[in-house]
Design a protein around this ligand. Structure first.
Ligand SMILES: C[S@@+](CC[C@H](N)C(=O)[O-])C[C@H]1O[C@@H](n2cnc3c(N)ncnc32)[C@H](O)[C@@H]1O
Length: 258
């Protein structure tokens, strides 16, 4: 394999090894978003049981711990040493999660070894997610599941913005780095068009079974005005009905490996 192809395949986000940024602290004040993501996972996995699950790019294990309710063993596959160090503490007294230094494009499993793969909040760093999807397809067994969350460029707000300018939604990933972010981060930050992601997943061998619209009320104003419990109840009620319209900023697909 040529070097350039290797470089294209391994898209590592060194930002998460940077001492100046704390992904753990990022979650302070984001209880609503945390609850919204947990609701989505639990809705889509309800009644399912797996032997081996993997949380790809799972950070410090924020959501790996949720997967424990659905799998006998959960591998936290994460390329950042700093995140894995934080995980040591975060996962204390939370059995069944096995942290491993690994990235999406090179997972530590044999072909068809995994029953459930999950990837949340990772592909906004992967403008080209195909190598990661192909690798996940390699390790997930036929009939196994893949749960993916991604930042949805086609959300309601963006569609209104584009319609107002008589513009079509771009099919390619959209760079959303702010000028400030640009200075601080060398890693990509993109939002994806859900139709493009569906096509890419289909090419890797996954079929969408269910879709949810997630974090539908992610707004500083709403979070200040409405108590968290009420927001979370509303979120739970709308994730399914709003999915067809790709309303929220975050989309979750439950896919089956065909
Ligand atoms: C925003 S954090 C999300 C972490 C975790 N999934 C969560 O939802 O809390 C993004 C994570 O993606 C990881 N990451 C970046 N590039 C990756 C890649 N190519 N393969 C696997 N993980 C990657 C980073 O190290 C980081 O832990």
């Amino acid at each position: 394999m040529s070097t350039s192809k290797n470089q294209r395949k391994l898209q590592k986000a060194d930002h998460y090894d940077d001492d100046d940024s704390s992904y753990l602290r990022y979650w302070d004040g984001r209880d609503y978003e945390q609850a919204a993501e947990e609701i989505a996972i639990r809705t889509l996995l309800k009644g399912k049981k797996f032997k081996k699950a993997v949380d790809v790019g799972g950070g410090y294990g924020r959501l790996s711990v949720v997967l424990r309710d659905y799998a006998d063993e959960v591998t936290l596959a994460e390329p950042s040493k700093q995140q894995l160090d934080i995980a040591k503490d975060f996962l204390k007294n939370k059995p069944k999660v096995i942290p491993k230094l690994a990235q999406a494009e090179k997972l530590p499993f044999k072909d068809n070894e995994v029953d459930l793969a999950m990837i949340f909040r990772v592909i906004h760093h992967l403008p080209d997610p195909i190598p990661a999807f192909d690798e996940i397809a390699r390790v997930v067994k036929p009939g196994g599941y893949f749960l993916i969350e991604f930042a949805n460029y086609g959300n309601f707000k963006n569609r209104v913005k584009h319609a107002a300018k008589f513009q079509k939604l771009p099919v390619d990933p959209v760079d959303i780095k702010t000028a400030e972010g640009e200075k601080k981060n060398s890693i990509p930050f993109v939002n994806h068009n859900p139709k493009t992601v569906r096509k890419q997943l289909a090419q890797s061998g996954f079929k969408v079974e269910k879709t949810l619209s997630v974090s539908n009320f992610r707004s500083t104003t709403l979070k200040k005005a409405i108590p968290k419990t009420a927001l979370v109840t509303m979120e739970k009620a709308v994730q399914k009905p709003l999915a067809k319209a790709y309303f929220g900023p975050s989309t979750v697909y439950l896919l089956k490996k065909v």
